[in-house]
Design a protein around this ligand. Structure first.
Ligand code: ADP
Length: 269
């Protein structure tokens, strides 16, 4: 983006020339665009759950309802409030990451039990999908921040669910490749158009195809995944076939701990 303006060159009232100045304002343009994208995403994404919370609260306050109906409405309110909290946390995370203020509390952690826990939570959210874990390792450790690593798998699995609207199997494979621990999350959902693949991890980027226009989101989930994985000296890659499904592959450097000759290591919890 080029901004052009003329500047008259004059010396003591006497004009002796004109200069045409070209200034590249791509950066400012991008920042402006990002800001307006942010505002429209935030307002839309906050408004939807808030509207539903307000609507159901009004119903509960103004109508005599059967206990089952009450429970149903309260569950919706609870889920929508949770969604709002997750959204706000995403925005705060991205802001902290940008300003370099994100902190990581790293310890030795076992990867497989963390993934198991996230799968259990995600499976609880859906009857349409079957999430299956295929671990070929067990006690392998990484040096990581437990809650941040959980967030990586939560984001990937919730995307796998969200972008497989007809349901289906989601496979999570955990294996070792030399000194690297790898995790592949594979779904058989909508897939990603080839031209979108290299922008996928960019903040606020969303695929705008008709097959997913009604699916909500901020475009922050994968940017957060990439940031966290990088902070763990890892990598994230995606392979996808539009209309068939996607695989997100993560790799983390594993940590080897010298085992004591007898008795369990205190580090292996
Ligand atoms: P959001 O889901 O909030 O839009 P993400 O950063 O998590 O943001 O994902 C960016 C885009 O990548 C999404 O808009 C979606 O179109 C696409 N995407 C992410 N994960 C998948 C997936 N498993 N299958 C198909 N498309 C996906």
């Amino acid at each position: 983006v080029i901004k052009m303006y003329y500047e008259a060159l004059s010396l003591e009232e006497e004009r002796f020339g004109t200069v045409l100045v070209h200034r590249d304002i791509t950066k400012e343009f991008e920042v402006d665009q990002m800001k307006s994208e942010f505002v429209s995403t935030v307002s839309h994404e906050l408004r939807t759950p808030l509207a539903s919370i307000l609507g159901f609260t009004e119903l509960l306050l103004n109508r005599e309802l059967k206990p089952e109906k009450k429970t149903k409405y309260l569950t919706t309110i609870y889920n929508e409030a949770k969604r709002l909290t997750a959204l706000i946390n995403d925005f705060l995370d991205v802001q902290r990451m940008e300003s370099g203020r994100q902190t990581y509390e790293k310890k030795f952690i076992k990867l497989v039990p963390i993934i198991e826990k996230v799968i259990e939570n995600q499976q609880f959210q859906t009857d349409l999908h079957q999430i299956e874990l295929h671990p070929s390792i067990d006690h392998d450790l990484i040096m990581g921040d437990r809650s941040k690593v959980e967030q990586v798998f939560t984001n990937l699995l919730s995307n796998a669910i969200k972008y497989s609207p007809n349901g289906g199997k989601i496979d999570v494979r955990v294996y070792r490749d030399g000194s690297i621990l790898k995790v592949d999350v594979t779904d058989h959902g909508l897939g990603i158009p080839e031209e979108a693949l290299d922008q996928l991890f960019t903040k606020f980027f969303r695929v705008d195809n008709t097959d997913r226009r009604t699916i909500g989101g901020t475009g922050l989930g994968l940017a957060i995944v990439q940031e966290i994985v990088k902070a763990h000296d890892g990598e994230v890659h995606v392979q996808s076939k539009y209309g068939e499904g996607s695989t997100f592959s993560l790799s983390f450097p594993s940590v080897k701990i010298a085992q004591p000759i007898s008795g369990p290591s205190t580090l292996l919890r």
